[in-house]
Design a protein around this ligand. Sequence first.
Ligand code: XMP
Length: 326
Amino acid sequence: MDMNKRPETMERITTPALANAFIDEQVELIRKQVGDKKVLLALSGGVDSSVVAALLIKAIGKQLVCVHVNHGLMRKGESEQVIEIFKNGLDANLVYIDATDRYLEKLKDVTDPETKRKIIGAEFIRIFEEEARKLEGIEFLAQGTIYPDIIESDGVKAHHNVGGLPEDLQFELVEPVRLLYKDEVRVVGHALGLPKNMVDRQPFPGPGLGVRCLGAITRDRLEALRESDAILREEFDKAGLTGKVWQFFTVVPDFRSTGVREGKRVFDWPVIIRAVNTVDAMSATVPEIDWAVLKKITDRILAEVKGVCRVLYDLSPKAPATIEWE
Ligand code: XMP
């Protein structure tokens, strides 16, 4: 039997009862596979790796070692939430690495989007490898591979692809959600008691804010991006739009525009709001957001975010525009 092929008879996990049955079954299977050995997991804080972490903690507790790498390109509060939920809440064996300086140094003056992506991905593998070498007695590597990853890209996850580990660091894989679709992973996540905002969160690219801080990344623009994105999320939440709009975020370009502040001319950055609805991310439409909501967000960004004098709403559908700006 092909372990990576979803059996036609497998029931779709749509209810808490079905999720609990899946969890019980996986806990047994994980215990059987792993025995008393240690398992390593790259915990990004995304839905898939979080659900895998919670499943493994339930099955084997501290035999799981989670490594959370903060590349400095996370959204506001994201790494803190990972620590809060897994270390404080679930008493996980969690290694937290703040690699912000290291990433920003590598990315300095790099303007090409694909080169930025490559640097971010490669640096992740390097850091993960360094940590894996420090830990002793690890025999297994857990991954949040889901069924679409297997069907669409040979089991490789675009955003936390650890397939690039060197030959001498190959572990046996533990992939408990590999036959599940995204919606099923979410149902399982809820049943495991993970917070709603983590389980239902919108897609977030692996390179994170790195591809939304356009051109060469600088700390000040990255800060403006993170703060404006947090305001956008807060106001969409208050307006009941979270969960109704598929993906939304801000973008900070690498050019300035003229403004006036306290009677003086300034030369500050624009912030672009991007919001889209889509089924499969292959094409997307732009939702008609209530003017009052857009105005409130604009006022808050202009008042609260340093170095910004203009806010724009991107009206472009995909195609021809992609969802991300880079
Ligand atoms: P585009 O911009 O191609 O985005 O219309 C489609 C979806 O893919 C996400 N995206 C990425 N996800 N690594 C990822 O993990 C990436 O490099 C990347 N680039 C785009 C994007 O957020 C959207 O959901």
